[in-house]
Design a protein around this ligand. Structure first.
Ligand SMILES: [Mg+2]
Length: 114
């Protein structure tokens, strides 16, 4: 089991600014058995609303600096955070998550990068 946390702004297509990750990719990751959700500077309520609006049933929403709590809550073999900024990298590393730059991921919708 792997847990994948997505930043929103600059990472998700519905972020401001929009990033390259589509709701469909997140849905597909979930179907493949990944634990998926977001960790953003946006409020929890707003993140919940965005996922609902884009019809993705996420396993968690988190504040970016609270990634460590996901490790306590979910047992997983790997923990990843995907984002577009140094802040993402900083909090991911602080929490012991692997960090992936969103713009270094393939754009073809495949998720073999996980
Ligand atoms: Mg961002």
């Amino acid at each position: 089991m792997k847990l994948v946390s997505f930043d929103i702004d600059g990472t998700m297509i519905f972020g401001v600014p929009p990033g390259p990750i589509t709701p469909n990719l997140v849905r597909k990751a979930k179907e493949m058995g990944y634990l998926v959700g977001s960790a953003s500077d946006r409020t929890i309520a707003n993140q919940v609303e965005l996922w609902k609006e884009h019809e993705v049933e996420v396993d968690f929403v988190s504040l970016k600096h609270r990634l460590p709590e996901l490790k306590e809550k979910f047992e997983a073999a790997r923990y990843l955070h995907i984002g577009d900024s140094d802040t993402d990298r900083y909090f991911a590393e602080q929490a012991g998550f692997e960090f992936l730059w969103v713009h270094q991921l393939p754009r073809n919708g495949e998720i073999h990068w996980l």
